[in-house]
Design a protein around this ligand. Sequence first.
Ligand code: FAD
Ligand code: UDP
Length: 401
Amino acid sequence: MSLTCTHGLEGLDPRSFDVICVGAGYAGATVARRLAEEGGKKVLVVELRDHIAGNAYDCEDEAGILIHAYGPHIYHTTNQRVHEFLSRFTQWLPYEHRVLALIHDTLMPVPFNHASLKLAFGEEEGERLYQKLVATFGENVKVPIMELRASEDADLARVADYVYENVFLYYTMKQWGQTPDEIDPSVTGRVPVFVGDDDRYFPQATWQGMPKDGYTALFERMLDHENITVVLSQDAREFLAVADGRVLVCGEPYAGEVVYSGPLDELFGRDLGDLPYRSLRMDFETLAMDRFQPVGTVNYTTSEDFTRITEFKNMTGQVKEGVTTIMREYSRPFVPDSGMDAYYAILSPENQALYDAYRARVEGVENFSPVGRLAEYRYFDMDGVCASALELADRLLARSE
Ligand code: FAD
Ligand code: UDP
């Protein structure tokens, strides 16, 4: 790999670049590549962490197991444009994500499906309830739990209660500190009941898989361009600010483009208040065994303090005998300036209003573009961020013509 990065600016002058991308995750790297390649722009990518790839970063641990350092990342998309763009930088290993929930002592497929119903209610009764779901909603359809809960039919209400109690309630309390009724319905809607036999976590994805050499290698190739300079271990806020409707770089007005993928509140010293996020503690453990669990991820929906256990070898397809690494996720509130990472925006009208107030400050600043999961305060998957960044690059390229 020929990508070279410096740590810290090391004498580089950010003002000498046409474009500054803050963050080397999907948002920053996608825009950087397109503006460098198609626009011929000199792009500086500045990343706070000591590595590229943002939360998709993967690396080998001490046991030589390829791990996802910020939680399990499964590529899945229906977006052809995103897929074509990312496929320039990687081949894909076929992988279909399957998740089991440990419900009391039984492992059941999640999203809750035909097989789960029979495991929960017994063969005969499960089949009867399934036929009722099919008659009501049709086959091979997704039904969000909050929609199923609105059913007045006694059988459907029984299924809804079971799934709500045993799949969603405890897990959601652990993950968000709130009940499924209290959080934004789009969040639980990500894992709907599936009226069908498909037991994949992303049944409707046109493409799903794992990058053949890992996510970090994908990013190395994306950022490896003669017009891109990557600086790691550097907080962009040390030289970048937005004040009085203008971008300042090293204290001077900057005429180039700034593409910002960090949290917007941090850019303004959180002077309007902290944007709330959930963070995670991830406990990695290496075990002397070939395999720990039957699938990539097992969700603990009725027990334990952690939400889920991921076994990386089961997702990456890495073959290594006698050793495996697992990771337990513990959710917790994000505390600014504590060294924690902000992982999940907490979607609510109140938090959106606070975000909008920060956003209003940059709305009129033509050459400043917030993009990505943090800067847009959205629950984006990787493909959603890449799509948003591709659209932003379209606009910036059109403007510079
Ligand atoms: P990030 O990857 O967070 O990148 C932003 C970068 O900006 C960071 O590296 C940060 O260090 C840097 N930065 C911030 N502030 C500054 C600053 N002041 N100066 C310099 N740099 C700065 N998506 C999927 O599609 N499939 C999955 O299975 C999946 N699993 C996930 C599991 C977990 C636990 C989490 C948290 C997310 C998961 N995602 C998944 C979502 C995925 O991680 C994101 O959609 C994507 O990585 C976001 O890209 P981004 O560029 O917007 O942000
Ligand atoms: N969820 C749940 N039980 C599960 C799986 C998901 O309660 O077994 C809820 C929970 O609120 C979670 C949300 O659905 O935060 C979205 O789940 P997803 O697996 O998409 O979360 P992510 O992988 O993004 O953490």
